[in-house]
Ligand binder design. Structure first.
Ligand SMILES: [Zn+2]
Ligand SMILES: [Zn+2]
Length: 308
């Protein structure tokens, strides 16, 4: 066990973006990867770079069948088998499993059902259905010793369930996929633009910001990693500006924001909470319906900061 853990739940975004996603979540005893959309070599290299070389990989959780989430599954399976001598479980929904090509299908597949929690070692795992153009896509939340972390990406719109789940986390990896203006003015074909914007596409900065305001208002969230930013249709500054405005609206400027990167890992963030904060902490998830921000999009003035 590395010195980093001491039985704390940590979250490390190893890669995030349209060209591959992978996040490590673990408490030192049990550790998982959420998605494996970059090469096995890069996954292990990046874990090493941020001090997680010896961190356990007890299982992999696939959100859906798109290649930016599952590309390494088969090679990773074989590599860990060679290294550790056993096949780790790859958890996914039935729909995801059915859509996997033989080229990426791992050997030990375990089925998850949205809404049905279960234990993997010292972690409790909670899969939640999300609206996206995969067959049966999910987001995942994990709990260890009362600390909660989760990965919510690849969804075209928020739902009450997603909002409640996000509000229940200490640390969240949350999609901020595109800036609507950049998407619409960009070079993508019309159909692709419509697909991305649809209710089964991806969350825009404005949509994610609105979701973040509501969830943050519940009082629990402490760290948010902005994730799955489009290389072509977003900029880290734009996503951050939207997220910053969102937490301000929720009067939660204490929430720390990070931007996940495509080419390098983020340093691990811990999801444990000081005892006094646990005692003060409000119950998760019930968000007042009165909090309805009109728009989360940055104003034209704010935007001019970045467009010159
Ligand atoms: Zn997808
Ligand atoms: Zn994706």
């Amino acid at each position: 066990m590395t010195a980093l853990f001491h039985d704390r739940l940590i979250v490390a975004v190893l890669a995030s973006g349209s060209r591959g996603n992978c996040t490590y979540i673990g408490d030192g005893r049990t550790g998982v990867l959420v998605d494996c959309g970059i090469s096995t070599k890069q996954i292990l290299l990046r874990m090493e770079q941020i001090g997680l070389a010896d961190a356990p990989i007890s299982g992999v959780f696939i959100t859906h069948e798109h290649s930016d989430h599952v590309a390494a599954a088969r090679v990773l399976d074989d590599r860990i088998f060679k290294r550790d001598g056993h096949r780790i479980p790859f958890h996914m929904t039935m729909g995801t499993h059915q859509r996997l090509s033989d080229r990426v299908r791992p050997q030990n597949v375990q089925r998850v059902t949205p809404g049905r929690s279960f234990r993997l070692g010292s972690l409790t795992v909670e899969p939640t259905a999300v609206p996206h153009d995969g067959v049966d896509p999910v987001a995942y939340a994990f709990e260890s010793g009362g600390a909660r972390a989760g990965v919510i990406t690849d969804l075209g719109r928020s739902t009450k369930l997603v909002e409640a789940k996000l509000a229940s986390l200490d640390v969240a990896v949350l999609e901020f996929n595109h800036d609507v203006e950049m998407l619409m003015e960009g070079s993508y074909p019309w159909q692709l633009k419509q697909r991305i914007r649809s209710s089964h596409g991806h969350l825009s900065n404005a949509q994610s910001a609105e979701l973040l305001t509501r969830a943050a208002s519940a009082g629990r969230l402490r760290e948010v990693m902005l994730a799955h930013l489009s290389d072509e249709n977003n900029r880290p500054e734009r996503a951050l500006l939207a997220a910053d405005a969102a937490v301000s609206r929720a009067r939660r400027s204490d929430i720390r924001l990070h931007v996940g990167k495509q080419r390098e890992p983020l340093a691990p963030v811990t999801a444990d909470v000081p005892l006094e904060a646990v005692q003060r902490r409000p119950r998760p998830a019930r968000v007042s319906p009165k909090i309805r921000p009109t728009s989360a999009a940055p104003t034209a003035d704010q935007m001019s900061l970045f467009t010159g």
